[in-house]
Design a binder for this molecule. Structure first.
Ligand SMILES: NC(=O)c1ccc[n+]([C@@H]2O[C@H](COP(=O)([O-])OP(=O)(O)OC[C@H]3O[C@@H](n4cnc5c(N)ncnc54)[C@H](OP(=O)(O)O)[C@@H]3O)[C@@H](O)[C@H]2O)c1
Length: 242
């Protein structure tokens, strides 16, 4: 944790979320929305650079703490787990994600290292985070991952953005494996498809703003609490076909 950021441990009157990938975009807006709803947020950024999350922490020092983790780095995840030992969260949500710079590039032209980077960031990293940070979450807590409608295999009639789609489909499959291994657990498991939103990743042509969508995203996450088992839903609560 950034030692300059005061932190109040969660109390029963202030539920707590550990939110990975909260420096900007949807994750930063989610952090702000959880704070507005009275939650304590431990949000993560990458590296040491100042981000919007630091501004949020300055504005709400008793509610927001900034941590650092790169979800592609196992050692980072393990040391985050160590730094947070003894804390308990009601929700762990992995929002961090990426895409490739030329999303419709032919696979024959796609650099192999780009394939590995996107799969590592969007699929392996989030599930490793879930496994490594799992015991920081209360027994009946929620484990959530930011998926995408583009992760649906059966809805894919148009193609395009093949690597990104494949990475989110892989995320979904790894989460289904996790859920199957944990069958009977009181945990709520969520794969959320937020819709196409104007961020750096979503681009300027996306139809929806953060202001419009993030309250609905947070509504869906909170609604899923206390419902054991895995769901793959969009931000309005409709089930997305696998
Ligand atoms: N925007 C959309 O239309 C849309 C639609 C469907 C799904 N999604 C999903 O929603 C999530 C957030 O997307 P966004 O639109 O807000 O994207 P964004 O503005 O590009 O933000 C991406 C976030 O992920 C973090 N991140 C990326 N790689 C990371 C890594 N290796 N370790 C830790 N953090 C990492 C970034 O941190 P840095 O600042 O350090 O890079 C940033 O906080 C992603 O999972 C994305 O796939 C977005």
């Amino acid at each position: 944790m950034d030692p300059s950021t005061p932190f109040s441990p969660p109390t029963p009157s202030s539920p707590a979320i550990l939110l990975l990938g909260a420096s900007r975009g949807i994750g930063l807006a989610m952090a702000g929305e959880f704070v507005r709803r009275g939650w304590t947020v431990v949000g993560t950024v990458r590296g040491q650079a100042r981000t919007g999350l630091h501004d949020l922490a300055d504005a709400s020092p008793d509610r927001v703490a900034v941590e650092s983790v790169d979800i592609t780095q196992l050692d980072d995840l393990r040391s985050l787990r160590e730094r947070l030992a003894g804390r308990r969260f009601d929700i762990l949500f992995v929002n961090a994600g990426t895409t490739n710079p030329h999303p419709d590039q032919a696979l024959a032209e796609l650099p192999t290292e780009e394939f590995i980077r996107v799969l590592l960031t969007n699929a392996l990293g989030p599930l490793r985070a879930l496994e490594i940070l799992d015991d920081l979450v209360v027994p009946a807590g929620l484990l959530g991952l930011m998926s995408s409608g583009q992760g649906s295999v059966s809805n894919n009639q148009q193609g395009g953005r093949a690597l990104y789609r494949a990475s989110k489909a892989a995320l979904n499959m790894l989460m289904r494996c996790h859920a199957a291994r944990q069958a009977g657990s009181p945990r709520s498991l969520l794969l959320l498809a937020p819709g196409w939103i104007r961020t750096e990743l979503g681009g300027p042509d996306a139809p929806f703003s953060l202001e419009q969508t993030v309250p609905e995203i947070v509504d869906r996450i909170l609604e899923q609490r206390g419902r054991p088992g895995l769901r793959y839903v969009d931000r309005l609560g409709a089930t997305v076909p696998w």
